[in-house]
Write a protein that binds this ligand. Structure first.
Ligand code: ADP
Ligand code: MG
Length: 696
């Protein structure tokens, strides 16, 4: 065994460790509970807890924590030590089954969207025995779900697990229709590619905006940005390479399948991709990845920025959510097969996906509606805010032939009959040929590219899974009752592709022409978070989630409120930070520089009577004019911040977007113009060049 294989998963209490450390009765009992979705008996829980504790102590852990994902989108933990007092005044290390399976964090300061207020005061956490415990920073972390006493999900994991169960139920029905009697479970597989920026800690420490909001609120365009595209896949600098090596190691210890790393388009931007895994694990692992990325950066005197748009004018960061479905017998249901039956099945899953995305475009758009993403989506660097699907030419030709009832002729060679013939070989689109598409079919999976870099992948996957479950259920209902299965399937595919073809778009999503074309097709185009969230908690979406047991109406309403509140709070903090920076740093700096220019004029004149001072005068006038504009915008922003309406969350968010944010842009424009004509020594903050090239 080499070092990596030994290291991998060494901090995870995984199946292998359980097999070694538990009695075979306990191990089998745990496996049965998982397979049948039952809760653990107290005997099993006690034995597991004890084994976990011994293992964790051997690895140097002293504490345990129930690790959960509240609706804030980050993870939360509360640490308790294993120590229990003994009668002789000493302590022993203990951890009971009760402590393992259930915890009661003081949940009052996690956002609940009114759920706890309405139902129960406290929440509890419960071990998700399908996810392995692991050791992080000397604590045994137990992945848990977080619920209110009324049983309402207060976290992101519970709905994800529910959506996975429902999707599996419906997909298994479809498998039966194709004569598969073996498959017991269909699992959603996810591989999230994570983008991030690395900057030196010294520049970070000098920027109030980066510290308080994670992005620069000011900053004139640098002389060199990403124009040369010399950073993309370029050689990795030694300091970054050292960071990446340590990051990989830390992630491997936690069992995260970190695989690919490279530089991204913008200077200082990088990407990490793991090997895909089941959606629940992928979600836990992505949270861990983001956390470890930040921590390891600190050890290297750097800061890892996960914000969607840390710098204006250079590319922002996203997350590509690669999504597919696979059976417990190892079949990928989005892989075009090699037999007629497999192909018919593939086309059915494809049709369900296309129909679902078309019918629930707004919902999908809403799952990526977070404040940071407003600076990316539709901005020529990220997918447009319009949801559409890229299928590629070959698959589109297959779909067209089904719609038209003609036979698909592959390069003039052979013809295709659905259910009776094999599909032509559809090449995997590994080349990322169309990076502009928000949802691209890439050979055997869909790549959902609208996610923001900082967001939890839970929400988007909950939506994709539930939508897919809905469509599969509709299809199963139709096909289970059909006399002639093949004929019914063909009709279903033809009707579905015909009705939902408008969502397929293989062209360039960055072009203005697409916006017009999408409008002609009747596709929705929601440009910002404040507008998107108005379309989120609609009766139609509530009905979808309720029908599939993923969210209750209250749970969904709560999430909508939390998203609205988050948007308002984030925008409010940014606006206040700008006002603070302008009044306390930028304006005083510009004043000092103006004084310097004025003094230059005076001293020049004193030295040589009648000397030409046009340059200095012009500069002074320009500085004055821009300062006047900046301070006017600042005063306006302050005034507007004092008049936020509180009538409804929708109205408040609208105000933040269309009044506050508008003024922030105006304020920034004036300040950035000043930065470009103020002496560098006077400017209070590191410039974009200083920041973007701070890691050498
Ligand atoms: P690239 O996009 O760089 O060409 P890949 O398409 O191979 O690379 O993989 C990108 C991400 O998609 C990786 O995280 C990978 O593990 C994941 N991935 C690959 N196949 C699947 C699949 N069937 N289901 C879900 N994710 C997948
Ligand atoms: Mg990709």
């Amino acid at each position: 065994m080499n070092k990596v294989t030994e290291l991998f998963g060494s901090m995870v209490f995984n199946e292998e460790v359980m097999r070694q450390r538990l009695s075979s009765a306990c191990y089998q009992g745990w496996k049965t509970c998982i397979a049948e979705g039952r809760s653990l008996t107290i005997e099993i829980a006690n034995e597991i807890a004890n084994a976990m504790k011994d293992w964790a102590i051997e690895k140097g852990a002293t504490h345990f924590t129930h690790w959960f994902q509240p609706m804030t989108g980050v993870t939360a933990e509360k640490h308790d030590s294993f120590i229990t007092p003994r009668e002789d005044g000493r302590v022993m290390m203990q951890f009971s089954g009760k402590e393992l399976v259930r915890g009661e964090p003081d949940a009052s300061s996690f956002p609940s969207g009114g759920l706890r207020a309405t139902f129960e005061a406290r929440g509890y956490t419960a071990w998700d025995p399908t996810a392995f415990a692991f050791i992080k920073d000397g604590s045994l972390c137990i992945p848990t779900v977080f619920c209110s006493y009324g049983g309402h999900a207060l976290d992101k994991k519970t709905p994800l697990l529910r959506s996975l169960d429902e999707l599996s139920r419906q997909a298994v029905r479809i498998m039966r229709l194709f004569g598969d009697t073996e498959v017991k479970r269909v699992t959603c597989q996810v591989g999230p590619e994570q983008e991030y920026f690395l900057i030196d800690k010294s520049v970070f420490n000098q920027r109030e905006d980066l510290q308080l909001t994670g992005r620069t609120l000011f900053g004139a365009k640098p002389p060199k940005g990403q124009e040369l595209e010399d950073h993309y896949f370029g050689a990795i600098k030694p300091r970054v390479a050292a960071y990446m090596a340590e990051l990989d190691e830390e992630l491997w210890k936690l069992g995260v399948l970190a695989k690919t790393k490279h530089n991204e388009v913008a200077p200082a931007q990088h990407e990490l991709a793991p090997i895909y895994t089941d959606a629940n694990t992928a979600c836990d692992h992505n949270q861990l990845t983001m956390e470890v990325m930040k921590r390891v950066a600190g050890r290297h005197n750097m800061v890892c920025l996960l914000h969607e748009k840390p710098f204006a004018g250079v590319n922002g960061s996203g997350k590509h959510n690669n999504w597919s479905l696979s059976t417990d017998t190892g079949k990928n249901l989005f892989k075009p097969g090699s037999t007629p039956s497999q192909n018919a099945r593939f086309l059915l899953f494809l049709a369900a996906f296309i129909k679902g995305v078309d019918e629930y475009q707004e919902l999908i758009r809403c799952t990526v509606a977070i404040p940071g993403n407003d600076h990316r989506l539709g901005a020529q660097e990220a997918p447009p805010a319009i949801v559409s699907i890229f299928l590629g030419d070959e698959l589109t030709a297959v779909v067209d032939s089904i719609i038209e009832g003609t036979e698909y002729i592959e390069q003039g060679k052979r013809m295709l009959h659905v259910g009776a013939d094999v599909l032509p070989h559809i090449r995997q689109d590994n080349t990322d040929r169309n990076r502009t598409s928000p949802l691209a079919f890439t050979g055997n999976k869909f790549e959902f590219r609208m996610l923001g870099s900082s967001q939890s992948i839970a929400g988007p996957n909950v939506a994709l899974n539930t939508i897919m479950a809905e469509e599969l259920q509709q299809f199963a209902d139709i096909l289970e009752g059909a006399g002639d299965f093949e004929k019914a399937l063909h009709q279903l595919l033809q009707k579905t592709f015909t009705d939902h073809k408008r969502i397929i778009f293989n062209g360039n999503g960055y072009e203005e022409a697409w916006v017009e074309e999408a409008q002609r097709r009747g596709l929705s185009n929601i440009s910002c978070t404040a507008d998107a969230l108005k379309e989120y908690c609609t009766p139609r979406h509530v009905a979808l989630f309720e029908k599939h047991g993923v969210y209750t109406a209250e749970e969904f309403q709560a999430r909508s409120e939390i998203h609205f509140e988050n948007y308002c709070k984030v925008t409010g903090i940014e606006a206040h930070t700008m006002v603070d920076m302008v009044k306390r740093d930028i304006y005083p700096a510009v004043c000092a520089f103006m004084t310097r220019v004025a003094e230059t004029i005076n001293s020049k004149r004193a030295a040589v009577a009648g000397i030409d001072c046009t340059l200095e005068q012009g500069l002074l006038e320009r500085l004055t004019a821009l300062s006047v504009e900046m301070m006017a915008a600042c005063a306006q922003l302050e005034k507007d911040l004092g008049q936020v309406p509180h009538s409804s969350l929708g109205e408040e968010a609208h105000y933040y977007r269309y009044t506050i944010f508008q003024n922030m842009e105006r304020l920034r424009a004036a300040a950035d113009a000043l930065e470009s004509i103020t002496g560098a020594d006077y400017w209070p903050y590191p410039s974009y060049s200083d920041i973007l090239y701070s890691v050498r």
